[in-house]
Design a protein around this ligand. Sequence first.
Ligand code: HEC
Ligand code: HEC
Ligand code: HEC
Ligand code: HEC
Length: 337
Amino acid sequence: MNKTANRTANCVLLLLGLIGNGVFVQQGLAQTQCDPSKVMTVEACAKCHENEVKVWKSTPHFRSFDELSRRPKAKEICNNLGLRSPKRSQVCIDCHYTTQEIGGRAKPVSGISCESCHGSAKDWINIHNDYGGPTASKENESDDHRQQRFALSVDNGMKNTRNLYLIARSCYGCHTVPNEELVNFGGHNAGSMDFELVAWSQGQVRHNFLRTGGHANGVPEIERLRVMYVVGLIADLEFCTRATAKATSKSEYGINVANRSARASVKLFDLQQKINDRNIEHALRAFAGAELKINNTVQLEQIADEIQVAGQRFAETADGSKLGRVDSHLPKPNEYK
Ligand code: HEC
Ligand code: HEC
Ligand code: HEC
Ligand code: HEC
């Protein structure tokens, strides 16, 4: 597809030693839009998460709802694609709004919301904060119950903060803009080129009140930032590979996503030289066989599925206290978006 991208990918491939494809894992493609029949809206969260809502209202995720359709660039993109307005066009709705089913129709109700990142809440909203019935409290909840509560929330669609890979997938699903037509013919930008999970989640988007008992919006401890950084790199590789899987022509979109995949793999490879982690090894080995060329959907999606498995396992098992060698890679607080 692109010489540089292929060279870099091949270089990673040579360094790792080529191995065959791993097991095929059936995983759905990324979905950026919440299931509208299960969306509760931000109002449902506000009752208990007032501080988080306040922060959210100061972000571009919130503002997109009112601002997007007024932007000349949005009008231009819609014109190029023969669409009416962003709020009436499913393709824009997918990433810029949250929809809720009202009277059998999915209607945009807000910008990118709590549920865009944490998952449509209908099935988990009453589980995620249930310490074990009306008499139970956070303090007297047993470890077993807590584990079950987290697991049950995830089973019911919550992207909770216990496994950062789940939330990272939300970010990259939108921020890689995996839509060839939108970029090549619509003139939409080809995604957030410098998206990095720590820098992008710890600036204006940060809303960590829970861990400080509601008093302040705390920056996570360094151990968590290390895990988050690595999680971001693995998710980057997964989603750039997914985006490349959708490329059907050698044009702006295809060249860009292939380059981005190669770049993500090199970053992860560099880090692996320092921390030698078996899940990263798994992700890199899966990617080593990737041919970054057009119309290679099946292979690249299988590889992305493999990377996803590795990323989820990494997030579940990583011990941040042992990842000190990640520190020199972490963005500085003044680089937080
Ligand atoms: C009735 C009160 C209540 C409502 C309504 C509520 N939450 Fe929570 N939420 C809590 C409590 C309490 C906790 C802390 C749970 C704990 O101690 O583990 C929590 C924790 C969380 C967490 C962090 C824990 C994790 O596992 O990631 C997220 C994310 C979250 N809520 C999102 C939401 C969203 C999104 C909504 C709206 C769709 C919502 N909550 C609605 C009470 C509520
Ligand atoms: C796959 C997800 C996705 C889809 C689909 C999408 N966008 Fe975006 N859009 C984004 C992201 C992510 C950004 C922020 C990118 C950045 O970091 O600059 C963005 C930014 C924008 C911007 C501001 C950036 C600029 O160039 O001024 C406009 C305007 C825009 N989108 C219009 C649209 C319109 C109109 C549609 C529907 C035709 C659409 N988008 C569909 C993800 C998407
Ligand atoms: C449903 C799609 C979607 C998801 C999920 C999403 N974003 Fe965004 N994000 C956008 C769009 C679209 C914009 C641009 C909004 C606009 O300009 O109208 C944006 C803008 C941003 C900005 C502001 C960028 C700037 O240039 O000021 C930051 C920071 C950001 N996102 C971080 C994140 C992080 C971190 C995550 C995951 C934890 C995330 N986003 C998840 C779609 C998404
Ligand atoms: C752009 C994606 C995004 C949006 C939108 C978003 N969150 Fe989060 N949320 C995250 C991420 C990422 C974390 C983990 C951050 C960390 O560990 O530093 C998180 C963490 C949390 C936590 C746990 C904080 C703590 O101190 O442990 C709660 C509670 C929460 N979110 C609730 C909400 C609510 C309520 C909304 C809507 C008002 C919301 N989130 C909107 C991405 C998002």
